[in-house]
Design a protein around this ligand. Sequence first.
Ligand code: NAI
Length: 331
Amino acid sequence: MKVAVFDTHKFDRSFLEVANSNKHELRFLEVRLDQHSAVLAKGCTAVCCFANDKADAATLKILSDLGVQLIALRSAGYNHVDIRRATELKMSVVRVPEYSPYAVAEFAVGLLLTLNRKIHKAHNRVHDMNFSLDGLVGFDLHGKTVGVVGTGKIGKAFCQIMRGFGCHVLAMDNSPDKIWAEKNEIQYVSREVLFAKSDVLSLHVPLTPTTRHTIDDAAFQLMKKEVILINTGRGALIDTPALIRSLKKHAIGGACLDVYEEEAGVFFSDLSENGITDDVLARLLTFPNVLITSHQAFLTREALGNISETTIANITKFEEHRDLSGFQVKP
Ligand code: NAI
């Protein structure tokens, strides 16, 4: 099958080539998918997208007119695809529901340790021959309360790591797994209790109309003044201007952000020669207690291998009219 693979980078292309093993004809494109670039899929039956490609109604119509029948996502999240429109256009959408929850959970912990213990600052200081410890004081995680929003695959892995650190773990989820929680000594609580009691708060829900801006001004008002907020879910789980207002008032301890509401077009790109035009992101970058990474929580060899293998298997199954349940996204 001919597949237009959008938003490809050095880091994922080789994994896709190995998994494909010349089975399908992959057309690697560095450009992100949107209504302007969709035409590059001409002649292909499938397009393969990543987290910042935009498969909205207009883009899907162009793809459908070109004869594209399959949207194969190299991600678990599918908030960037208009699933209803794809179904109306009789296009199938498949995703990689699980590739390595550990990759994301471990990275979230890495961000937390870095920001709390100021490891990034210490690293830079030492390379500048500045061996002073002033300004590098953090806090013990042992004995602290960690709140987790969403106890799916990634949230569960994160909870279990934090239990290993000796933290009390509180959680909320609209489908709580009570047996798992009891076994791991994790307590499900209300949103209000979770926000009020947590010293660390980590977001692991998908982005949906319900979860959009889970963290807004009202949520910040409930939180402890020292709370560290971690977002490796999706940027729009946080109302970014509300976060900036809280940071300016010193109403929270800090934020670790691997995702950002307006990351498309910025994250994954080298803009070091041009700078950025997004004033909100620029403001975020000025806070000493904000750590930002460019949507890299998934970036391990294991995750990239699993993403590539599942994506190629999804395309093959579609071509051979085989069962795609568990991988297909429906409205
Ligand atoms: P999952 O589907 O296993 O878990 C999601 C959990 O959220 C489920 O337990 C579900 O019941 C819960 N949930 C959904 N809506 C809710 C609501 N309104 N209120 C409370 N709970 C709700 O998903 P998984 O694999 O754990 O991934 C979570 C998210 O992490 C993905 O949707 C994706 O956006 C993000 N992600 C980020 C990556 C990164 O590199 N930064 C990589 C992979 C995923």
